[in-house]
Unconditional design. Sequence first.
Length: 236
Amino acid sequence: MGRCLVAIALVFAGLLGAVPQAPGWYDETHVAIAKAAGVPKWFNAAAADIAGGKIGRMEKYNHFVNNPRGTVVTPAMVLAQAERYDTYHPAGHLYGAIVTTVRQVKAARAAGRYAGIPLAYLMHYVGDLSMPLHNTVYNAFNREHHAAMDGIVNDEVLDQVDAIQIHPIAIASEQDLAREVARIANISLRLGYLLEDESRLPTRRETYQQLSHSASLLKAIWRYILTATAPDDHGG
């Protein structure tokens, strides 16, 4: 019995340790991504972390995925995570959170309701997608470097929004969305493990490349939402 209790305690401790203790990118960086994407109410892009600070750990699971080395994220994996939104799952479900909030924004706009709240969460989750350490296992390297990586360009980024480039992405369906989320997730997790292997933070150039992936996807998602729904009176 004693050994069993110890084993359970170790498993529980491991699950707790899998939850990041810092947000993905700091506020100004999230805001700059949304501003570069040209999405309405871009200034709300930090709202998910603000809400998470009040409501506790549940929201954190929407911000990361603990992908072990060698993982290849697929569109099927992205879509499967959508059912976990706002639930406790030790591996995290950032990719599904993006899909779910796209659905929420579309549904609100189609019904003529205010879509600004789910849009704020959507903007934030798409920003988290490009943060390398939100796509890798929350191990010793991740814990040690997470806060520094979150803030690596935060002090300058709102003055350097033009450095966040927009690349063409076409989204015409939820399957397209899942494919693009998977593509950027794989880029981010590969960079995350490269940084771990080289025991370093990303360069400024690497960081802006990552922010550009998020901004490009967010811009494409917003176009997709506008195409799929009638405009409302609230600008999103």
